[in-house]
Design a protein around this ligand. Structure first.
Ligand code: ADP
Ligand code: MG
Length: 698
């Protein structure tokens, strides 16, 4: 098949619907997709039948309501299309409109953070008509029709990440349109949040992966001395793609194309064995679904190539971790991107107002954005010397920073992007971008969108985008409230922009976000610097956050409380598993191996001395190894104890904090001597593959 034929071939797209549905039903579906409302029961039956027939032609035997509970992963329960047999023993393949629209999975084991205990135990899945259904073909487990859904409780509370996202998209659309109206735009009816997530990942040989319990159970290495060569030469970044990886990428592209996902760019990332895939952006909820699907597909395709795809934020200590740069913009249905400054931003009042709203939203809710990008793995990146720092700031680039200064102070010069002359006569003079790039900024303006660079590679991007849309809805609403009905709109708007930019200019920072000087400067500016996930979680139920989310109907207070609880629980459980895996690996693999090696060493000391030769080198090594072994054993004993004490705690938030501040330091204390031992012990004795093996053998 050619690429245009493959592309989207597994998606029940608009084109497929147009071809297969009666005209009137197709029109009804499109209207509901674009303007909201509900499908009539008869039309739902027609759509369901068409969807089933299409899926069955593709080999599907089952369908599933595909949803995104608070586990961070996607969930599916397969139902067969088969009806119960008639008296002749015949069966039919069927999907009714009712089953398409709503399902009730037995979902009582999903985390609900107390939402269902306090209300009702039932959970329902409901079709998200704005994200297309698709079929997943898996040679091992058959073909399944996946229907993207939201997941809510009996009383309508969101039990998933998708429902709040959809609510936030409606909120920002409604408030954003008010801004468009202020500038005389009467045509646009809604605003769409668009998202393009750049996905970073590592690949590792499957056989080596299987020898590492830490990779298997936690997705990252919990031990490991640095390889002799890391990323110091920067030779992996954008380097030649190795054959095995290239063949993975080739197959991945085909699989993603089938789902209508285009990898626009693919390249090697900074660390050895690290890569990136960026899809073309789409509507926020579709981007979320596609990113989940992409992550799943990456793992599946890697497996087929005898590799494992690591989506963890920090698979290896000492080299770069992985993030997911969340490119985000807001555009009208008439094709106007609100973040596009145009050629003359200094004359573009609408852009200035939108920019002022972004500055105020991000400054006011920096702590919320920080929390939205938190997950257990990301604690290894944020604030470390390689990822955007935990301090939120906005990078605007020279041109826009000068514009803000001019608006605030009145006398800064206007900066216009110049031309780029390479000095080579055969290379044309290039027009420069309005902004250079700043790899150290957590929230960077990149010409017509913002790139939220803090998000973790394994995370569901629904959370960060819900936060972004909601805080923008609030800023737009405040601006519209202040400016609607102004007698002299232009004067009032300019004054409003100036006021807002003056108040929130502290959030703009174009310098080096990795430097210590910035940490101090940010503290002087009063910007929050929340160092880890457990410290960020309480932001969710802060009064200003609850008020904002409730005002725009994105989360209720109860929903926020539930997410707070789930986050603490998730943190505690994951660190608990890491601690247990360390106990297992140290006790059953490393310490016995080191004992075996030191026994051999001792025997060799005795043998050398018996021969009357100098055994000082062997002795010195033996002493070093024995001392480190003792340290490791002491730390192991301590880890067992603090883990048991922490695991027995009842208060979940206190337990999460205990893991963070008591257990993790002991885990570090256990890792240190073992990593040192790895550099001393004969590699034949070492029980697991080294960093060098893992990173260079793909
Ligand atoms: P860059 O090299 O500038 O980072 P890429 O082509 O790699 O650009 O794009 C990065 C991501 O940003 C891609 O996923 C792309 O689809 C997405 N993107 C581009 N324009 C927009 C936009 N207006 N809104 C949201 N995402 C966008
Ligand atoms: Mg980019």
């Amino acid at each position: 098949m050619s690429i245009p034929e493959i592309f989207g071939s597994n998606v029940f797209s608009r084109a497929v619907m147009k071809e297969r549905l009666p005209k009137s039903v197709y029109k009804e579906v499109v209207s509901v997709m674009e303007n909201g409302g509900t499908l009539s029961a008869a039309s739902a039956d027609t759509v369901a039948d068409a969807m089933k027939c299409w899926a069955v032609e593709k080999g599907a035997t089952h369908y599933t309501h595909w949803f995104q509970p608070l586990t961070g992963a996607t969930a599916e329960k397969h139902d067969s299309f088969l009806t119960s047999p008639d008296e002749m023993g015949h069966t039919l393949m069927q999907l009714s409109g009712k089953k398409l629209i709503m399902g009730e999975p037995d979902a009582s084991s999903f985390p609900s953070g107390g939402l269902r205990a306090t209300s009702y135990a039932r959970g329902y899945t409901a079709w998200d008509i704005t994200s297309p259904a698709f079929v997943k073909e898996q040679s091992c487990c058959g073909t399944v029709l996946c229907i993207p859904t939201v997941f809510v409780s009996y009383t309508g509370e969101a039990l998933d990440t998708k429902t709040p996202l959809l609510r936030s998209m409606e909120a920002v659309s409604k408030q954003g349109i008010r801004i468009c109206r202020l500038f005389g735009n009467t045509k646009a009816t809604h605003l769409t949040a668009s998202v393009g997530p750049e996905q970073e990942y590592f690949l590792v040989d499957r056989k080596l992966y299987e020898q590492r319990k830490d990779l298997i159970y936690t997705g990252r290495t919990l031990f490991g001395a640095p390889a002799p060569k890391g990323q110091e030469l920067d030779d992996h970044y954008f380097g030649k793609i190795r054959t095995r990886v290239g063949s993975f990428m080739k197959d991945l592209n085909v699989e993603l194309w089938k789902y209508g996902i285009t990898a626009t760019t693919q390249h090697n990332e900074v660390a050895p064995a690290q890569h990136e895939m960026a899809p073309i952006f789409s509507t926020a909820n579709v981007a979320v679904d596609q990113n989940n699907l992409a992550m799943e597909t990456m793992k599946r395709v890697a497996y087929a190539h005898d590799m494992s795809c690591l989506l963890h934020e920090k698979p290896y200590a000492g080299v770069n971790g992985s993030g997911k740069h969340n490119n985000w913009s807001l555009g009208t249905d008439t094709g106007e991107n609100l973040f596009d400054p145009g050629d003359k931003p200094e004359e573009n009042l609408q852009f200035q107002l939108v920019l002022a709203c972004v500055m105020s939203a991000v400054d006011k809710h920096a702590d919320l954005l920080r929390d939205s990008a938190s997950n257990v793995g990301n604690d290894h990146r944020l604030g470390a010397q390689e990822a955007p720092p935990a301090i939120i700031s906005i990078f605007l680039g020279d041109q826009l920073e000068a514009l803000v200064e001019k608006i605030v102070d009145g006398d800064a010069p206007t900066v216009v992007p110049g031309e780029l002359d390479t000095g080579v006569s055969t290379v044309p003079v290039l027009k420069k971008d309005a902004t250079d790039r700043n790899r150290t900024s957590p929230f960077a303006f990149t010409g017509n969108r913002f790139e939220f660079r803090m998000v973790g590679s394994s995370d569901n991007i629904a959370g960060p985008n819900t936060a972004l849309n909601a805080i923008m809805a609030e800023a737009f609403c405040d601006a519209a409230d202040a400016l609607e009905g102004a007698e002299d709109f232009e004067t009032a708007c300019k004054a409003y922009v100036k006021d807002l930019m003056t108040k929130h200019q502290r959030i703009v920072f174009n310098g080096d976000g990795y430097s210590e000087a910035w940490v101090e400067e940010a503290a002087r500016r009063g910007l929050p610097n929340i160092k880890c996930m457990v410290d960020a979680i309480p932001v969710l139920t802060q009064p200003d956050v609850v008020e904002m989310f409730e005002k725009f109907g994105v989360y209720t207070k109860a929903e926020l409380e539930s997410r707070e609880e789930v986050s603490y629980e998730n943190y505690a459980k994951r660190i608990g598993v890491e601690a247990k895996v360390m106990i297992h690996m140290a006790g059953k693999q490393y310490i016995p191996s080191v004992i075996a090696y030191s026994t051999t060493l001792a025997e060799s000391v005795a043998a050398v001395e018996a021969a009357g030769a100098d055994a000082s080198v062997q002795k010195e090594l033996l002493n070093k190894v024995s001392a480190l072994l003792k340290d490791a054993q002491a730390a192991l004993t301590q880890l067992k104890q603090v883990y048991a004490e922490t695991d027995a705690m009842d208060d979940i938030p206190a337990m999460a904090k205990e893991y963070r501040y008591t257990v993790i330091p002991v885990m570090d204390a256990l890792r240190a001597p073992i990593d040192e031992l790895e550099m001393l012990v004969d590699s034949d004795y070492w029980p697991v593959p080294s960093y060098g093996d893992l990173m260079y053998d793909v």
